[in-house]
Structure formats: C-alpha cells, structure tokens
Design a protein around this ligand. Structure first.
Ligand code: AGP
Length: 609
C-alpha cells in the first residue's frame, strides 16, 4: 500500500525522504514521487515504477532542499502512471500533497472544483482533489487551508502538505489511515509507518484520528480538530530496523517462516507464568461479563480469517460460547445480529486493514465489546478496541502472512482457555494439558522447518502443475484454505480448498490426471473419513499427496506420496502442519521465479476498501 514520508531539518531532504521511502518498499508500490521546498519554490518529481527510476530523475544537486515530502503509490483510482503518482499540486504549483487512503466523495468534489473554480485536473486520482481543495482555501495559512479542506473530505486519509510560501513546516492530518512522527538529530520526521523512522529514532508520536501535526526542524506539534495543542507522550518501539531486514535469508518470507518457533514461543511466554498459568488478566474480563456474552463473532480478512476458523471450535469447546467466523468485508454490510451481549474478536496482523477496522466500528456502534488480536502495537484496530491481545510475531514484512498466522492461532487458544477458566467451563487439568501441548509447538514447528530438503523435493516434483487443490476435514479445512491462499498468492497457480466431504457434491467432477490434490489429514477423530476421501479421489485417478502425522502407514499407502509432520495433538496440528504448506508454496514460487515478497497486485496491508 502507499507510503508517506516527510522531512524537515538541516540535512538533505531528498536523501532522507528517499531513505524513508526505501524502508517502506516492502509494502508494495508502483510509482513514487517527491516534493521539496527550496528558495521559495516547489520542486516536484514523480515517476512510475520503482524508486530507482525516481532516484535517477532527482540526482542533480540543485534538486534538493531541507524540507519536503515523498510518496510511494499503490494504484487504486487510476493506473500506475507518472501523472497519477503523488505528490499532487495546486493549480499555482505552490502547494503539494501526498495522500494515503481514499476520498470517497472525490467525484462530487472534483465536479465542484471544475465548475466553481475552473480547475483542470492532471490525474485520474481521488487524491488530486485534496491539493486543489487546499489551494482554493489557501490565504497564507496552510494549517487553516488543510483544516477547511478536510471538512469537505469523506473517507480515509493521511495527508501531508508542503507549501512554497511556508518553507519551514510540513502540515499533516489523519483520519482512519496511519500516521506517525518523530524527532531526531537530523530533524523532524513524518511517515505513514514506523519502519520509515526506525533508522533515525525509536521514540515516535502516534497521531490520532482528526489530529493535525506540524513538523518542523526542531519540533513535532500535535493539535486536535479545534487546534488545541495535545500533549502526546512518545511510544518507544522495541523492534529495531535490523529486525525489519532480511537477516541473511534470501526472502523475508522464508526468514519469517524460520521465525515462527520464536514467535509462538514469545506469544506464549508473554501470556504464561513460570508454572504455565495463564496471564490474561489485563484483558479485564470478569466472570459476569463473560457469562453475559451469548455469541462471539470472529471478524478478519484473508489469513487472519483462517486463523479464526481454527480458533472457533476451540473457543466453543473450552468457553462454551457459540462462535461465528465472518469475513470483515461481509460482516460490515450484512446487518449482523450484534447486541451488548456480543463479543467481537477482530484479528489483524497489521491492525490497519480497512475492512476489519470498519467491521469493528460497525460492531461497536451496535453495542458489542471488541477484543482484538493484533501484531502491530498502537495500530488503528488496537486503539479502537476494548481489549487487545498482542501477538509477538515481530514485524512481518513479506506480503504472504506466515508467522502472524501461527501466533494468531496460539492467541485464540489462550483466549479460549482464559474464558473457559473464568466461566468454569474448563477444568484445570484440561487447561494444563493444552498449555503443555502448546509449549511443545515451537519445537514441532522447528522440526518441520528442518525437513526443508523433503519439502523442496515435493516442490520440485510439482511446481509445474497448473492446478493444485487442497482438501481436509474439521480444522484441516482451515489449514487447506490457508495452504491454498499461500500457494495462489505467491506462485499464481490456480488453486482452491474444499471440505473433503463436499467433494462428492460437485467438485469431484474436476478430477483429472493432471490435477494435484493435497489431502490434509491431521485430525485423529476424522481419520477414517479422510482416508475414504483419499480413496474416493484415487479411484478417479487424481494425484494425491497426503500431509499426515509421522508413522501413518495407512494414509501413505492410500496416497501417491506423503509428507509426514511430527506427531502431536489434534489441536496443535494446525499450527504445525501449516508450516509445510507455507514452505511448499515458498519453494514452488522460487522455482517459478516469482517475486515472492511482493507478489503482483498485492500489498502488505490493505488500508483501502
Ligand atoms: C495473507 O498472506 C495476506 N497477505 C492477506 O490475506 C492478509 O492476511 C489480510 O489482508 C489481512 O491482513 P491483516 O492481518 O493485516 O488484517
């Protein structure tokens, strides 16, 4: 998604902004631009493509200044062309803006700017209206003009503005799109994401909705809507810039898979004491509150929603509260039955996914309590929630989510046990048993990772296939769905996942010799059923690779090939088995020469609808 960087200092704004934008490259983008204020003039350059293209255009020494803004754009309204790239400028070319998010009423504003002010638009973007709105309101006061413009804008935005007539300050505003600021020796900094600042400071100001921020060489000043000065304390960021780099691995994705044992271990360590007792009191649920809850919705997108599917039966088993899993983009529009007795669990790695944030707000409006499971500290989802459970996966950079998924499942399990203990629906021994099994999960995950050679062997055998489907039963349906998502997003192979029992209701017609089926068979209580599904597929000449627990001879005889993962309980199996599928997708993508960390058409966090 788009990235914003701003710099006001004594050094080279061009260098600082480009370096900031580079550290946001992982988010995905297709054009980039920069605007600098120098000697009463605004210098603007933008290019389609990657930052190298922009860098070669701004190389000349006279294209520099000590204040400016930059942007990497991931196209939404309008193609990824130079015209559509940010910054956009006012008609007189003295004001420049960069924008993340979406202006929902831009068509109406555009029409008004054309008819009332005779403005000729240069791009197809929604963002350009912001530059013109500020331009028509500008009377020598940039803050005032930005505030007046923001009053007209509906949607989500983080906007940073510079003006040739006000050469000492960057002015910015946010609503439902992230924005952070900081101060370091080099000057004042502004960005859409923390990693852009980490090289310079670990103490950042998190800007809240509707706040205005003024960044100068020596200060960050934050104001509310009425221009009352806010006294914001800085948030210290523990993870360093190194953690956001590849650390010797070829791709972020494989690095992050290798970090899964640590992520799971850390998530458990922060929530269990030395005796394995749960430490979740900060969630501040009382028994009475929990007893009043009659329904739980788990609301999330993509991978996070698959974690929800794994968590659902576990919450139902231990907490004995009915759980529904809903996609955020569906939930927010489907008039769900939500009351004061509903608990909504939002799961989001980034905490900035627009659909999840809006679903959360919708649930809140209807009176639900919100518990979120989030990886990014201080993110919008976290801040909008009543209770937050942070996963300890560390920064996840690759577009394909891996370590966030396993830590999300572990979090849901711990929440299930905590609720069950408070409600008295789970016995201590039962809770201890699951905790004990979870504590073994990091080592089991590490064993699968160690089996990389075998995984590469399977990837080599099948990377040319054009259709690869996944089947399973029980929580293996979720594993199958996540396995299929991983494969399609980074390899572009045609794939889907289906509950194995559904095959005979239609999908079985797709079976031909050239289709590869992965049969996920991790659930002991569904073993015989899964075995017959494999036989059913084999009888129709499908190629079947089973993924089963070590020593499972019957499955390996029924299937063409088998990947064995270490024996473990049914509940822990989804956390362990998925590692194989993540690595299989990774190696297939590598063999196919794909852009693994930044697959086509995708971005790390989807902050627009
Ligand atoms: C998974 O590999 C994807 N990148 C995607 O499905 C992702 O999980 C989804 O967009 C939700 O993101 P979030 O967890 O940051 O809310």
């Amino acid at each position: 998604m788009c990235g914003i960087v701003g710099y006001a200092g004594a050094g080279s704004a061009k260098a600082m902004i480009l370096s900031g934008l580079r550290s946001l490259e992982y988010r995905g983008y297709d054009s980039a631009g920069i605007a600098l204020v120098r000697k009463g003039k605004l210098l603007v350059r933008k290019e389609s493509g990657k930052l190298d293209a922009l860098e070669s255009k701004v190389g000349a020494a006279d294209f520099d200044a000590q204040l400016g803004i930059g942007h990497t754009r991931w196209a939404t309204h309008g193609a990824p062309t130079r015209e559509n790239a940010h910054p956009h400028t006012s008609v007189d070319g003295r004001i420049a803006i960069v924008h993340n998010g979406i202006i929902e009423n831009f068509m109406q504003l555009k029409q008004e700017l054309i008819t009332k002010h005779g403005i000729r638009f240069q791009s197809e973007t929604d963002s350009e209206v912001i530059a013109h709105l500020i331009g028509v309101h500008y009377r020598g006061d940039l803050v005032g003009a930005l505030r007046a413009a923001a009053k007209r804008m509906h949607g989500a935005y983080a906007v940073a503005v510079v003006c040739a007539d006000e050469p000492d300050q960057i002015v910015a505003i946010r609503k439902d799109a992230p924005l952070v600021a900081g101060i370091c020796e080099e000057g004042g900094l502004l960005a859409s994401d923390i990693p852009a600042l980490l090289k310079y400071t670990r103490d950042v100001y998190l800007i809240e909705n509707d706040e205005i921020v003024i960044v100068t060489k020596g200060a960050v000043q934050i104001f509310d809507e009425e221009m009352t000065r806010m006294n914001r304390t800085k948030t210290h960021i523990d993870w360093d810039a190194q953690a956001a780099e590849k650390g010797g691995y070829e791709h972020f994705m494989i690095k992050e898979i290798n970090e899964e044992p640590m992520g799971v271990r850390e998530t458990l360590r922060h929530r269990l004491d030395a005796n394995g007792e749960l430490l979740l009191d900060d969630l501040e649920f009382t028994k009475e509150e929990l007893d009043a809850i009659d329904r739980i919705y788990i609301v999330a997108c993509g991978t996070a929603s698959h974690a929800g599917l794994v968590g659902k039966p576990v919450i139902e088993k231990y907490a004995r509260i009915p759980v529904e899993v809903d996609l955020s983009s569906e939930f927010r529009y489907r008039n769900p039955i939500v009351t004061e007795r509903t608990l909504v669990i939002c799961i989001s790695q980034s905490g900035e996914t627009s659909d999840t944030l809006e679903a959360l707000r919708e649930a809140k409006r209807r009176g639900a309590k919100i518990l979120s499971i989030v990886n990014v500290v201080g993110s919008s989802v976290a801040r909008a929630s009543d209770h937050v459970f942070y996963t300890w996966a560390g920064p996840e950079i690759a577009v394909a989510s891996t370590k966030a998924y396993t830590t999300q499942i572990v979090s849901l399990y711990l929440i299930a046990l905590h609720m069950g203990r408070l409600r008295g629906t789970v016995k201590e021994a039962e809770s201890k048993k699951l905790v004990g099994e979870l504590l073994e999960a990091p080592d089991l995950i590490a064993k699968v990772i160690k089996d990389e050679k075998r995984i590469m062997e399977l990837a080599k055998a099948h990377y040319k296939k054009e259709k690869i489907f996944f089947v399973g039963r029980g929580s293996d349906v979720a594993t199958a769905q996540e396995a299929s998502l991983k494969l399609k997003e980074i390899t572009y192979i045609n794939s889907f996942a289906i509950a194995a029992g559904e095959l005979k209701h239609g999908t079985i017609a797709l079976i031909t010799r050239d289709v590869l089926f992965f049969a996920v068979a991790t659930q002991n209580y569904l073993y015989e059923k899964m075995l017959s599904n494999i036989e059913e597929m084999k009888a129709r000449q499908a190629q079947v690779v089973a993924v089963a627990k070590k020593g499972d001879k019957r499955i390996s005889q029924a299937a063409d090939d088998t990947f064995f993962f270490p024996d473990c309980s049914d509940e822990v199996a989804p956390i362990v088995a998925i590692i194989f599928f993540q690595m299989f997708a990774y190696h297939v993508a590598k063999l196919r020469g794909r852009n693994i960390d930044q697959p086509r058409n995708l971005a790390k966090s989807v902050t627009v609808e």
